[in-house]
Design a binder for this molecule. Structure first.
Ligand SMILES: Cc1cc2nc3c(=O)[nH]c(=O)nc-3n(C[C@H](O)[C@H](O)[C@H](O)COP(=O)(O)O)c2cc1C
Length: 210
């Protein structure tokens, strides 16, 4: 399905069937998420791909009992950095230079600029900035799934501190930003499936400055 058709087809699925999605399609969605752009290319997040029934049950219990959390094929937890440090930034830029076959020093000036911007800002600002980057990846995953006609439920309706505890994210310097179920709609039992898609009109959302 092409992207716009997919985006019209998709909706925030409220009831899923539990059917598993094929591994190659899961890989495609995860690759789209991995390829997302991010500020300075830091990708300050990691993605947990969860299908373990007991972990899903635990997350549903701190996710306002939203049933797709246990009815999905896989749950993606986008977990973002709790702060930026010079060491974390250096590691990413060193890897980038290694992949590009360039000396690490190529990035020294830029690294100082980036760290200079973040250094004096609070951990809270860092965490929010990192979470924004995770949302870009989350959005790519939603779009890629729609292209494949795989349903998703984007979710902010969960208790981040509790999900962090369940997955042990704190020790990894991560916190759960947003989660996404992947699976198949239960057409018979999902009250949301037949509702017409609502989006603001182009007039309401677009401002053309020619
Ligand atoms: C960041 C984000 C968080 C959301 N959180 C939830 C949620 O916790 N539970 C839920 O059922 N839907 C959630 N939604 C779904 C939205 O309500 C839905 O995307 C929106 O109403 C547009 O409808 P559509 O996706 O069906 O086209 C969320 C969507 C986004 C993008």
């Amino acid at each position: 399905m092409d992207l716009l058709k997919g985006l019209n087809w998709r909706y925030a699925t409220k009831k899923m069937t539990g059917k598993k999605i094929p591994q190659n399609q899961l890989d495609y969605i995860l690759e789209a998420a991995r390829l997302a752009p991010s500020s300075s290319g830091l990708q300050p997040y990691e993605i947990f791909v969860i299908s373990n029934p007991s972990t899903l049950k635990d997350i549903r219990a701190v996710g306002y009992d939203q049933s797709p959390i246990t009815e999905c094929s896989h749950l993606l937890v986008f977990a973002s950095w709790t702060n930026y440090t010079l060491e974390k930034i250096t590691r990413v830029f060193d890897d980038m230079m290694s992949v590009r076959g360039l000396p690490k020093e190529t990035m020294t000036n830029y690294k100082e600029i980036v760290w200079g911007m973040y250094e004096h800002l609070s951990n809270d600002w860092h965490a929010q900035h990192a979470a924004k980057q995770a949302y870009i990846s989350f959005s790519m995953a939603i779009a890629a799934a729609a292209e494949l006609e795989i349903d998703t439920t984007p979710m902010e309706g969960f208790l981040p501190d509790k999900v962090d505890e369940i997955l042990g994210l704190g020790d990894m310097g991560l916190t759960s930003a947003v989660i996404l179920t992947l699976g198949y709609r239960d057409t018979e039992n999902d009250w949301n499936v037949k509702l017409k898609k609502f989006r603001k009109s182009k007039d309401d959302i677009l401002h053309w400055i020619d």
